[in-house]
Ligand binder design. Structure first.
Ligand code: CS2
Length: 484
């Protein structure tokens, strides 16, 4: 079958939305990490922007493998976005116009130095920012050590950005605006601080320039995007009549909240549906703690209870009730109020989104990288509760499920997909749940080292992990009754 390329656009079935692709599209954005989430989310907004303003085409940079960029390049950057909802739809996106793999370092460097590039966005997952547990640059991270040793081609996104900013400064050009699009609280402030810290090791003047001249907005990104699978490929190919090797799928709901940093972002993202606001922190916290916190909880508890997908876990009434209670009892009371944001409506909407039967979002996808995700998703809620003198029993139970999940993986020989996977595997291999909790706390892995001094919390965590590991579900899921 013929591949989806520009020449296919005219013959696509009528009902498939297509890009208003013009020959004059220029590259205005460099994006690191063109995985499914980026293609389903930011790229769809940019595709809308390009209808009005052709300057903001995306150069997709993949630092590790050529797979995705090669597939996109072969299709003239076109791919299908399948919206899986009660009213499913297909849209061909055409927002990308350059495709740079690990073999294209010189081109990437040249693009970052090019003043036409206004925005450098990233979706490299939480671990991709090379941050330590306290959210600052991890100077001992192998990629940072590599980049700071003066290697020609950076391995980290922080290294890439600093090298691009250095080139801008050397040429007396304005900096580009870095824009992180991953699920980290205060992602803009964290990336900014990491860029400054990285530059400081090499060149104090450059560090000062980045501190003073470069603005990094924080963003909240949201749209449930299950990994692309064979079924999607087959569905899309059948509907298009063309072969597409880079399709993505997501729910209809999509949200992009961007911090207003007092400078234009370049593309008019607000006109394309993004929210630009001074108060991104409120949205960010609500999303990370409610949606992502509940997601991770469903992932670990759901996998332990034999479920495969989020919607299947939501069909487990005890689990669904537990997660709902966790949001209301432990999470919402610790959220700052955001003007015009109805948190209860948000809670209900999130739970309804999870139950969407059209989306098969695998729990094992969400369960990955727990040591990186949990501090933002559940840890911040835990801390806020402790500061308020409360013991958030549901959150403790959810963390106990993570520990039990690690113990099962380790004892059944199932690899733990996490940057700290080998250490987690070793920590969970032997001993009872109490011992494993204590080890993780000591290692500051997923569970904060500060818990060691919090006797009540440590005791509750040990109990929760034991109950979850033993499968005493009555105890795990009724934790709410003990909330204080
Ligand atoms: C999920 C998120 O994989 C995960 O960890 O919790 O990717 C989630 O689907 C998105 O943040 C939704 O916007």
């Amino acid at each position: 079958m013929t591949l989806l390329t520009l020449s296919a656009l005219e013959t696509l079935p009528q009902e498939i939305e297509r890009p208003s692709r013009r020959d004059d599209i220029g590259v205005g954005i460099v994006h690191f990490g063109p995985g499914a989430f980026h293609r389903a989310h930011q790229a769809a907004y940019i595709d809308t922007v390009l209808r009005e303003d052709p300057r903001w085409g995306i150069a997709a940079v993949s630092m590790r493998s050529r797979g995705t960029v090669a597939a996109l390049a072969a299709q003239d950057g076109l791919y299908t976005l399948a919206v899986r909802d009660s009213r499913p739809s297909l849209r061909v996106i055409g927002a990308h116009c350059r495709f740079l793999g690990p073999d294209a370092a010189a081109e990437t460097q040249a693009l970052l130095a090019d003043p036409r590039i206004g925005l450098v966005t990233t979706t490299v997952t939480e671990k991709g920012y090379c941050l330590a547990a306290d959210g600052t640059l991890d100077a001992s991270h192998p990629d940072i050590v590599h980049d700071l040793s003066g290697a020609d081609v950076p391995a980290s996104v922080v290294g890439w950005m600093v090298s691009g900013l250095a080139a801008r400064r050397a040429a007396r050009l304005a900096p580009f605006m870095p824009m992180p699009c991953d699920n980290l609280a205060s992602n803009g402030a964290k990336l900014h601080a990491a860029l400054v810290a990285f530059a400081r090791v090499r060149d104090a003047d450059l560090a000062d320039w980045i501190a003073g001249e470069v603005r990094v907005p924080s963003t909240m990104v949201d749209s449930i995007t299950p990994a692309s699978d064979d079924l999607l490929l087959a569905d899309v190919t059948a509907a298009l009549g063309f072969e597409d090797h880079a399709p993505v799928q997501r729910e209809a709901f999509t949200q992009w909240v961007i911090e207003d940093v007092g400078r234009p972002f370049g593309p008019d993202l607000a006109a394309a549906g993004a929210t630009v606001t001074y108060d991104v922190a409120g949205y960010e916290k609500a999303k990370l703690r409610i949606l992502n916190g509940a997601h991770s909880t469903l992932a670990y508890a759901g996998l332990l209870r034999g479920h495969v997908s989020v919607s299947a876990a939501m069909a487990d009434a005890d689990l669904a009730q537990f997660v709902d209670a966790m949001i209301s009892t432990d999470i919402v009371p610790m959220l700052p109020a955001v003007a015009g944001f109805d948190v209860d409506a948000y809670r209900q909407a999130v739970l309804a989104r999870f139950a969407n039967p059209m989306i098969v979002h695998r729990l094992d996808q969400i369960a990955q990288d727990g040591s990186q995700k949990l501090p933002y998703r559940l840890g911040d809620t835990l801390d806020a509760n402790r500061r308020a003198g409360r013991l958030p029993a549901h959150v403790v139970a959810a963390l106990g499920c993570w520990v039990a999940f690690l113990m099962h993986c380790s004892r059944e020989g199932v690899p733990i997909i996490d940057p700290a996977g080998a250490r987690l595997f070793a920590a969970a291999a032997e001993g009872d749940a109490t011992t494993v909790v204590d080890r993780l706390v000591q290692l500051n892995l997923g569970l904060s080292a500060s818990i060691a001094a919090d006797v009540a919390l440590l005791g509750a965590l040990r109990k929760a992990a034991s109950a979850a590991f033993d499968g005493r579900w009555g105890d795990v899921l009724s934790r709410g009754a003990q909330s204080q």
